[in-house]
Write a protein that binds this ligand. Structure first.
Ligand SMILES: [Zn+2]
Length: 412
C-alpha cells in the first residue's frame, strides 16, 4: 500500500475553511450554528460527498461521513475533530483533525486499500463552550455523558436553547437518538495540534497521547462584610477579597504540593463587589479550574482546597460557598489504538513522543464508549486559541499520513 498525502490540496482546503470566519484574517471566529458556521459545515459536507462518503447528521449536528467497508455491519473505525472556533482563534485547532482525517481517507481510497470495517470521519458539533457554556456538547451526547434533556435545555447568551438553535439550523431529529449504540466504533483516533510546546521543544513531529487530562470546575463565592474604607478599622474587617486572595494562594499551593506535575489549578475569574476604591469588598466570586490525569489525585487536591476554605472561613469570619459546575473524569488512551499509531510511526521511521493531552478534547468523551487514541502534531510556540496559531504544512501532512496508516491497521 503506497499512501500519498496531497499536502498542497490539504493546505488549500485549510485556507478555504479559515475564510469562513467572522473575524479579519488571520483570526478565525466561527461560533457554532451562526450563518458563517453553517456555511462552513455545508462546505465540509460537500468535500465529504466529493470523496464519495455517505454523509449523515444527527439531531444535534454531529456530521458522520462514512466510507463503507467490506463488512458494513462491523463496528466502524472513526476519526475526526471539530471545526467550530472560539472568538479570535486560529485556523488549526480541530480543523487539522477534520481535514487531515478526510485527506487520510482519500489517500487510503487512492492507494487501492479496501477496509474491512467502515472508516468514518466524524465532525463533532460545538466542541468549544463559547455559545452554550459547555465544551464538547456533541461528543458528550454521543457518549451518553450528557442526557438529551439536559443538553436541549442549555441556553446561549440570548436565551435561546440548544433545542431551538439546532432546529433553526434545520436539525429536527430526536435528541434522544444522538447517543451511539455500544460497540458502534471499533476504535477512534483524533489528530490534533498539541496546543502546548513540548513537541516543538523536543524537536519531534509526532506525539502519541497516553492519557487525556480532565478538568473539574467550580464557582466559589466568598461573602464578607463591606463598609467604608476609612471608617472600618482593621480589627473589625471581614474583607471578602483578602479571604479570596488567601484561598487563591492555597489553591496554587495545593496544586504545587500534589507531587505530580499533572495536577494544575487555575483561578481565572475574580469578580469583586462593589468594586470601588474606597469600599471594603463585601463579596467576591472566583472560578476554579483544576485538572489532572489521575482522578483520585484530583479529588484529593479538591478536598485539600475544601479544607483550606474551611480554615479561611473560620479565621476571617467570612462565608465561602462552592458550586461544582462539572467534574469530568480523565481518560487513558486505548493500548490497541496507541499501538497502531506507534507502528505507523515506526514504519515510516518517524520518531514520536508519548505524552499527556493537557487540554481536553472530544476524544475524552468518545473514550467512554470506544477504544480511543490521539495523535498530536506540534504548533509553533505551543500557541493555540489565538490568531498566530500555526502548524507547518509538513507536520500536518505527516500527521495525516500516520493517521491514514493507523486507520488502515485498525480497519483491516
Ligand atoms: Zn480542538
Amino acid at each position: 500500500m503506497k499512501l500519498e498525502i496531497d499536502q498542497q490540496g490539504l493546505l488549500a482546503e485549510l485556507e478555504t475553511l479559515a475564510a469562513f470566519s467572522d473575524a479579519e484574517p488571520p483570526a478565525v471566529t466561527r461560533i457554532v450554528f451562526t450563518p458563517t458556521d453553517l456555511k462552513a459545515r455545508a462546505w465540509m459536507i460537500a468535500r465529504c460527498e466529493e470523496a464519495r462518503l455517505a454523509v449523515r447528521q444527527d439531531a444535534i449536528g454531529n456530521i458522520f461521513a462514512r466510507w463503507n467497508g467490506a463488512d458494513p455491519e462491523a463496528p466502524a473505525v472513526g476519526t475526526g475533530s471539530h471545526i467550530d472556533a472560539i472568538p479570535n482563534a486560529g485556523k488549526y485547532d480541530g480543523v487539522v483533525g477534520v481535514l487531515g482525517g478526510l485527506e487520510a481517507i482519500r489517500a487510503l481510497q487512492q492507494s487501492g486499500f479496501r477496509p474491512k470495517n467502515s472508516i468514518e470521519l466524524l465532525v463533532f458539533v460545538t466542541e468549544e463552550p463559547t455559545r452554550f457554556g459547555i465544551g464538547c456538547l456533541g461528543s458528550r451526547m454521543l457518549s451518553g455523558t450528557l442526557s438529551a434533556d439536559a443538553a436541549g435545555k442549555l441556553k446561549d447568551r440570548d436565551g435561546e436553547s440548544v433545542d431551538e438553535v439546532r432546529r433553526k439550523a434545520g436539525l429536527n431529529g430526536n435528541l434522544q437518538d444522538v447517543r451511539l449504540p455500544t460497540g458502534y466504533y471499533k476504535g477512534f483516533v483524533e489528530l490534533h495540534i498539541e496546543q502546548g510546546p513540548l513537541l516543538e521543544r523536543a524537536k519531534t513531529s509526532l506525539g502519541i497521547v497516553k492519557s487525556i487530562a480532565a478538568p473539574a470546575s467550580l464557582r466559589i463565592s466568598i461573602e464578607g462584610s463591606g463598609g467604608h474604607a476609612g471608617g472600618v478599622l482593621m480589627p473589625d474587617r471581614k474583607d471578602a477579597l483578602c479571604a479570596a486572595a488567601e484561598l487563591i494562594l492555597a489553591i496554587e499551593n495545593t496544586a504545587r504540593a500534589s507531587g505530580a506535575p499533572d495536577t494544575v489549578a487555575t483561578v481565572g475569574v475574580c469578580d469583586v463587589f462593589p468594586g470601588a476604591v474606597n469600599s471594603i469588598p463585601s463579596r467576591v466570586g472566583i472560578a476554579l479550574d483544576i485538572r489532572d490525569t489521575d482522578l483520585a489525585r484530583r479529588d484529593r487536591a479538591m478536598q485539600a482546597i475544601e479544607r483550606a476554605s474551611q480554615e479561611i472561613t473560620a479565621k476571617r469570619q467570612v462565608s465561602i460557598q462552592s458550586e461544582l459546575l462539572n467534574a469530568d473524569a480523565p481518560a487513558d488512551c486505548a493500548p490497541e489504538v496507541r499501538a497502531a499509531l506507534a507502528e505507523s510511526c515506526r514504519q515510516h521511521g518517524f520518531p514520536f513522543l508519548e505524552m499527556v493531552s493537557r487540554a481536553y478534547h472530544d476524544s475524552l468523551f468518545v473514550s467512554r464508549i470506544a477504544p480511543t487514541g490521539m495523535l498530536f502534531i506540534p504548533c509553533r510556540n505551543g500557541y493555540s486559541h489565538r490568531p498566530d496559531e500555526y502548524a507547518s504544512p509538513e507536520d500536518i501532512a505527516r500527521g495525516a499520513l500516520v493517521l491514514a496508516e493507523a486507520l488502515a491497521k485498525l480497519s483491516a
